[in-house]
Design a binder for this molecule. Structure first.
Ligand SMILES: O=CC(=O)O
Length: 351
């Protein structure tokens, strides 16, 4: 008899299903316990603190019986990316059939390779939308009004000597055009939150135009160029993949209006940060509000320290309710897989 990590006692028999759980469980202990009570499972965790150590464990056969892997965004520190090398190794040294990722964005996983090797990948759509859209609104208002800068100036003691602690005068949303690049669940939730702010128009670009019902008054632009040419503020909410890597670069920044404000709650890799810094320096981009950065958590401090930048350390879904729901959804995907080999949310590339 083994004592499962969840505390339930299961016998490991030939029918025991093995799960490798990567990354901390903060709020879904009960869901994991219920899973252990429902199925005859064994849950393993890694002791690796680096990719090299993890690969060693895999090669030594520690995970030979693993059928499902659950992972978090942060567990990349222990395993590195789920790239070709790691996926091939896992295929060779385990029985992996499912990777259940805790997050909407799954750019850390080469899902195409997984598909080729008959490994399903599930993610967490929808549940992240509200918290991420809230974050976009915070960044948008903060960028328009220079709130982060004012707070830093306040801490530096620039008040009362200077009015508003010497913060430059900001702008209202009223009458401006706002654009949303990527009109999936998060983009649509951003649109809904933007409505009360009296923008002149809410434009969007998406690979496919939405039905009128789903558009809910947002105006479709047929190209990124048209969207960028119209908007005073642009919110980015597209996934990172090989087509969107550095989509915001010198050329596309040139398509934008002078003095545009850019908001990113998607992934840092969508923006070429060299081009971004240049555009912030020469004023083409007036403000940048972002929750995500290239090479995070080792971010470019020169960019972070620019006064026009409103920044957060990737905390779009960092709220109790959302994190709990996301963790529980990962368990639901595993449950479904254990029942019939399917998952609730397969990533679109493998659907
Ligand atoms: O970044 C957060 C997510 O992908 O869910």
């Amino acid at each position: 008899m083994i004592k499962n990590i969840t505390g339930t006692r299961n016998y490991v028999t030939s029918s025991t299903r093995t799960i490798l759980r990567l990354g901390a469980v903060r709020f879904a202990q009960q869901a994991w316990t219920q899973l252990s009570e429902k199925h005859n499972i064994e849950i393993l965790e890694t002791e690796a603190t680096s990719r090299d150590e993890f690969i060693k464990e895999v090669k030594e056969g520690k995970y030979n019986n693993v059928e499902c892997i659950t992972r978090t965004f942060e567990s990349v520190k222990q395993t590195g990316l789920f790239d070709n090398e790691l996926i091939e190794l896992l295929k060779k040294h385990t029985k992996v059939k499912l990777i259940s990722h805790n997050g909407a964005g799954y750019d850390q996983i080469n899902v195409i390779k997984c598909g080729e090797l008959d490994i399903k990948v599930s993610n967490v759509p929808k549940l992240v939308d509200d918290a991420t859209a809230d974050t976009a609104i915070y960044l948008l208002l903060g960028s328009l009004r220079n709130f982060q800068m004012s707070s830093e100036n306040l801490k530096k003691g620039l008040w009362p000597k200077f009015k508003c602690a010497n913060t430059p005068i900001g702008n209202d949303p009223n009458g401006k055009n706002v654009g949303i690049l990527g009109m999936g669940g998060i983009g649509r939730d951003i649109r809904d939150r933007l409505k009360p702010f009296k923008f002149a128009n809410i434009y969007y670009y998406n690979r496919k135009r939405l039905s009128e019902e789903l558009e809910e008054g947002a105006i479709y632009m047929e190209s990124i160029k048209k969207l960028f040419g119209k908007c005073d503020i642009i919110c980015i909410s597209i996934p990172l993949n090989k087509n969107t890597k550095h989509l915001i670069n010198d050329e596309t920044i040139n398509m934008m209006k002078d003095g545009v404000i850019l908001i990113n709650t998607a992934r840092g890799g969508v923006i070429d940060e060299k081009a971004l810094k240049k555009a912030l320096q020469n004023g083409k981009i007036k403000g940048f509000g972002s929750d995500v950065f290239d090479n995070e958590p080792n971010v470019d401090m020169e960019l972070i320290n620019m006064p026009q930048v409103t920044s957060l350390p990737h905390m779009g879904t960092h709220s109790f309710e959302t994190m709990k729901a996301m963790e529980e959804f990962v368990v639901e995907n595993v449950d479904q897989y254990l029942i019939n080999g399917e998952v609730i949310a397969i990533v679109p590339e493998l659907a």
